[in-house]
Design a protein around this ligand. Sequence first.
Ligand code: GAR
Length: 199
Amino acid sequence: MSAPTRVAILISGGGSNMLRLVDSMTGDHPARPVLVASNDPAAGGLARAAERGVPVAAVDHRPFGRDRAAFEAALLEPLLAARPDILCLAGFMRILTPEFTQRFAGRMLNIHPSLLPKYRGLHTHQRALDAGDDVAGCTVHEVTAELDDGPILGQARVAIRPEDDADSLAARVLVREHALYPACLRRFAAGDRARRDLP
Ligand code: GAR
């Protein structure tokens, strides 16, 4: 049997998507988690990953101020030591430099809480509500140097209800994220880069 594909995951917060990814990588899944790292030492997801036996690392971005390259150099130490084949961003809220994205070109994924190309960046749910959209959703895509851009691997759609606010919409989209991201990672780790949306 060939060695499993090694997956590292970057988080900034609670890491619910990260946990879904970690929990999906068992049995005949082609990949295994090798590291969960965060730019925030207080990120709740770190303890939850460690509880599952996944190695964790924290590299606080704050001492580096605006020096993104220096932060990334520090982040790369534990990351490269884990020898990941695939890097998953899962609620990682730092913008990465083109040098960093280039290093992982073709093997870095992100989940974004909108139907890209709509609403790159922040406050996606409020922006969908403000625009009067009747559907929202989430996207898993390959990461390129452009923010929230790159080939789409899958989307899941969520109907917007008249009574929705950003929080209620975010909660329903998150449920779909938890199904979409593991499905996309599994296919990607098996070498399938075709786009497949969830019904
Ligand atoms: C998720 O909704 C994810 O799509 C979003 O942050 C949340 C993280 O939740 N990511 C972004 O906005 C990236 N720009 P989680 O920590 O529970 O997975």
